[in-house]
Design a protein around this ligand. Structure first.
Ligand SMILES: [Zn+2]
Ligand SMILES: [Zn+2]
Length: 340
């Protein structure tokens, strides 16, 4: 609820317009496909008139259950078989909402190969869960390697969102055979610009989630201690250094795609709002970065605050403790008075 005493009777719409903004960088920093290629490749309305084979005999309810457990890739393929299949797929609840609200993400999941590893239901659940899986704040992105939501700050900073290359160094580090990777969700990166600096990246790197490969390697070695012993005794310090050093920030964003939140109760789709007050407060940190100076802990904090996003209610709660927002509001009120 908006406190009219706090905002001098101003409407919620006016308050939010004055104090928040949409951070344009979020729309550009992760993997994307053009709407045109999405329509052509992923969701063509044309379909063949083939038979569903054994599936043809299934009653509607069972067919819906099949769609519930099929991968996103299989579901899209099933939809193209014939008219009946398309009607079934389109009417299944998770696909219906994914199609309405997350098609750009679906296109990226298909082109990166991730659509073969997750179900429509899993994507639907991520679409309807606003919280970052790591910190619980509102998240704007899908970490594609595990089909889970994350926020911009966690994506940029946490080790769990730093992908691992599929190559012989990774194999040597984890002590696993080449075939080992075949069963894991491997992401093929797309050409594009990534991260806050919109770094231009070439396609065709192959990435794995660090936690997925670790978990699988623990099984291969027969336990976490055995894996650790292997790393400490059998892996050269050179290989360890390569694996344990971080890839560029852009690599993190190559394994992510922007995902709106769908609220099934209110039946609305939304992206988060950013705080203009925090944006102002971070200017000192931005200047320091531009001059390649080291940031103070306070400046680091300002950058993290700037890159948080909020629901409308979440922002109004944030306002109560954001002095920069309160200053901005007072300045905006006195400017309005001056301008009559
Ligand atoms: Zn987070
Ligand atoms: Zn703020």
């Amino acid at each position: 609820m908006i406190q009219s005493s706090t905002f001098n009777g101003a409407t919620r719409e006016f308050v939010l317009k004055t104090l928040t903004y949409r951070n344009g960088i979020f729309a550009a920093c992760a993997a994307t496909v053009t709407p045109c290629s999405n329509r052509t490749l992923i969701l063509s309305e044309e379909q063949a008139d083939a038979s569903l084979g054994h599936l043809e005999r299934l009653p509607t309810e069972l067919l819906q259950l099949v769609i519930g457990v099929a991968t996103l890739q299989s579901t899209l393929a099933l939809r193209m078989v014939n008219k009946r299949a398309r009607i079934f797929v389109n009417s299944s609840i998770p696909f219906k909402y994914v199609r309405l609200h997350a098609m750009p993400a679906v296109g990226v999941l298909v082109l990166t190969g991730m659509a073969s590893h997750f179900t429509v239901q899993e994507l639907f659940e991520a679409l309807c869960s606003p919280a970052c899986s790591a910190c619980g704040q509102l998240g704007e992105f899908l970490w594609m390697l595990e089909c889970k939501r994350c926020c911009y700050n966690c994506l940029r900073t946490l080790r769990e969102f730093m992908p691992v290359h599929v190559n012989k160094i990774t194999r040597a580090y984890y002590g696993v055979p080449q075939e080992f990777f075949d069963s894991l969700p491997v992401l093929a990166t797309l050409r594009g610009t990534y991260g806050r600096n919109l770094t231009r990246m070439k396609p065709k790197s192959r990435f794995l989630s660090p936690s997925v490969i670790r978990k699988a390697a623990v099984q291969v070695h027969g336990g976490a201690d055995a894996l650790e012993t292997h790393i400490q005794t059998r892996v050269s310090s050179k290989v360890r250094a390569v694996l344990e050093c971080e890839l560029s920030e852009a690599a993190r964003f190559m394994a992510s795609v922007r995902l709106p939140v769908y609220d099934p109760v209110a039946q609305v789709r939304y992206y988060g709002l950013s705080c203009k007050g925090c944006q102002h407060a971070a200017r000192g940190a931005e200047n320091a970065l531009a001059q390649q100076q080291a940031l103070t802990p306070e400046q680091e904090l300002h950058l993290l605050e700037r890159d948080r996003t909020y629901t409308e209610e979440g922002y109004l709660e944030h306002y109560e403790r954001c002095f920069a927002s309160q200053t901005l509001w007072r300045e905006s009120c006195s400017n309005n008075l001056r301008n009559g």
